[in-house]
Design a protein around this ligand. Sequence first.
Ligand code: DI6
Ligand code: FE
Length: 414
Amino acid sequence: MPPLLFDHVWSHARIATLDPQVAAPYGLLEHHALAVRGETIAAILPVDSPELRQYSGAVTDCAGRLITPGLIDCHTHLVWGGSRAADWEARLTGVPYLEIARRGGGILSTVRATRAMSDDELLKAALPRLRALVAEGVTCLEIKSGYGLTLEDELKLLRVAQRLGHADPALRVEISPTLLAAHAVPPEFAGRADDYVSYIGDEIIPAVAHNGLAEAVDVFCETIAFSYEQCDRIFAAAQRHQLAVKGHVEQLSHSHGAELVAKYGGWSADHLEYLDDAGIGALAKAGTTAVLLPGAYYFLREPQKPPVAQLRAAGVPLAVASDFNPGTSPFASLRLGMNMACVLYGLSPEEALVGATRGAAQALGRGAKLGTIAVGKRADFLVWDVAHPAEIVCALGINPLVQRVVRGIPDSPL
Ligand code: DI6
Ligand code: FE
């Protein structure tokens, strides 16, 4: 007997490859089979091809169901302690985000609660959040620190983020950890933001890099957080330690943060409600991905939307993420994030799905390995019981995901 060319074939599928080389909406291939060898996509074949007739190994008959790449949530703050529901209640009565922070709520209230928790307690709190994302098809996600704001507490958050990747054998998922020490000025440095920035650059970033605890360094470049110059110093330190950079930029006001991220060839510029033409041009030139976070826009009832049409026209790659965090984006659903990107920001469902797969992979420096169904890419994919790919983005409250495959291995039988 000749050796099997494949380890497992998913046959009789409709495959939304989301591959730009496949000239059809969603890169859709009808009546196809997806063949896996090891953890890699080995072939994408029409159902009647001779290779399949000769094949006698494991087969999953998809019976016309839809296959897409695994979903990738490229911006989350998944690890935190405490609750911000009272903040939300107050915001709904008209108390502004800033006033809430002044009263001791906001990011710093989450920092207090998070500092008080151990690694194990934080892991236990984060697991159900991760389970919720995974249940809807997430196979890879980014997790930021940013609720510790001391060397010890930021390292703790990043350790927990990494542990989440193998805390439960039933939750097979890849984690991209990001250092966000520049999220807020901690109370110990009140009025001394520049000193805190020095501490990040001189102590936190070197320790994180030395221990291999993060892939990237993020900042909150904003009037209520860190200035352009301060973020520039942080990115320079990240670059010295070979860490990628990304930024929360142009979210609540315009601060040229997108240009700064582009200057460093950053992975992504995120939020972007107040992005201007110079920022769009800089992102396009640098090949930096624009990450849209309509959840925060929705929960903050922001008055301004990001310039999606101009980003599209300039050819800036778009991604969509949940921004899952306890304050401004408290929901564990990348499908809802995609839905909001369509309803609130005017993306097409195809753009939203591409944004949560191919675009998100690029935003995490994984564009060559993840994000589309293509030969040579990792076999992280999903089988959905839907009649049309847009249903994944449209029909919320029921979960049409029927099988999740990670590194070529299904989580459950179909
Ligand atoms: N922008 C946001 O929307 C979140 N962080 C950030 O820099 C807010 C996080 C929080 O309020 O806890
Ligand atoms: Fe965020």
